[in-house]
Design a protein around this ligand. Structure first.
Ligand code: ATP
Length: 326
């Protein structure tokens, strides 16, 4: 393959804490390897609409500790059409961009895979999503920070829950994956997690509430993953309220605070490693792969595998949560 002289980099889809740290790593590692860097604003939208700026090392100074993304992110409908992707390719040609590094989640890599099948452009993905739902990587950038944000919020909710002897259902993000809800439940000492991977009939929710709330505790917290399968915290709360009208039930939807904030140490380190690894991947002639981490080693995962819908959840965590919530 011809030597890559210029890369384009973009952040796409939902933002995640650590995207800036990853952008910094990609930019610096590329320049370190003799490449030019063109930052593409607003994800694929910036490719379609030609919103591009050349970055030097100083463009990414003092951003490692900031949440969000300085080059913005967006959802881009045009890119899901062949006409939109042709416009994106024309922009790449115009700016002499030889390869792309895309920072995002499932949808971003689906788009990248599609683009790579139509045009001869090497693409490397860096997994940035608070949902941790990409296959082939143990962790995604943003997940650890979001987990800490949820725990912090649940600690505060616990104070008021125990003062008023209430039962709280706290909804967390996850896009149909229960990693955030389950691990946050474990780390915050919640009574249960309602997650899409485990059937609601089997989650022993009633049993937990009966044995915990009624007999031994004066308050309870249940984390609910947002998902069509769980129906969200309000749906679960309604069900419990109708079965147990005697309980003082409250619902909290944590929402977008989970996406914000300064990235944790773990996320900054992961972002730095994976951002640099994306450039190594291009230097090594890898194309159309996501860089990930497995057992603390950097791995290259084909897009098709990364976006598969079946990242396994560790059932041992489910059993541990049940055992510890008595
Ligand atoms: P998160 O998981 O945090 O929401 P994401 O990367 O999954 O992030 P999406 O909004 O699903 O976010 O996808 C980002 C962008 O990728 C979309 O706005 C669209 O431009 C592009 N994309 C998604 N799916 C496709 C597809 N099937 N074909 C082409 N492009 C796509």
């Amino acid at each position: 393959m011809a030597k890559i002289k210029t890369i384009g980099v973009l952040t796409s889809g939902g933002d995640a804490p650590g995207m800036n740290a990853a952008l910094r790593a990609v930019t610096r590692a590329a320049i370190y390897n003799g490449m030019r860097v063109k930052a593409i604003y607003r994800g694929y939208k910036g490719l379609v609409l030609d919103e591009i700026e050349e970055f030097q090392t100083q463009n990414v100074s003092n951003i490692i500790h900031h949440g969000g993304t300085i080059i913005k992110t967006a959802r881009c409908k045009e890119f899901t059409t062949p006409e939109g992707r042709q416009l994106a390719y024309d922009t790449l040609r115009k700016h002499k961009i030889d390869a792309l590094v895309v920072l995002g989640g499932d949808g971003t890599f689906t788009g990248a895979k599609c683009f790579a099948e139509e045009f001869d452009v090497p693409i490397v993905g860096v997994p940035c999503t608070i949902d941790n739902d990409l296959c082939g990587t143990d962790y995604t950038i943003g997940y650890d920070t979001a987990l800490n944000t949820v725990i912090d919020a649940v600690d505060k909710i616990r104070d008021t829950a125990s003062s008023h002897e209430r039962l709280f259902f706290v909804e967390v993000m996850g896009r149909d994956a229960g990693f955030l809800a389950l691990n946050a439940a474990l780390a915050s000492g919640a009574e249960a997690a309602v997650i899409p991977e485990v059937s609601i009939k089997d989650d022993l929710l009633s049993e937990v509430i009966q044995s915990g709330f009624r007999k031994t505790k004066n308050s309870s917290i249940v984390l609910v993953a947002e998902s069509e399968v769980t129906g969200g915290a309000q749906t679960v709360a309604n069900r419990v309220k109708s079965e147990h009208p005697e309980y003082d039930v409250r619902v909290v939807v944590l929402g977008h605070i989970q996406r914000g904030g300064s990235p944790s140490a773990a996320d900054r380190i992961l972002a730095s490693r994976l951002g640099a690894a994306a450039i190594t991947a291009l230097v090594e002639d890898q194309r159309n792969v996501m860089v990930g981490v497995q057992n603390d080693e950097i791995v290259y995962v084909p897009f098709a595998k990364a976006i598969k819908d079946d990242k396994p959840l560790d059932m041992e965590l489910v059993r541990t949560l049940r055992a510890l919530s008595i």
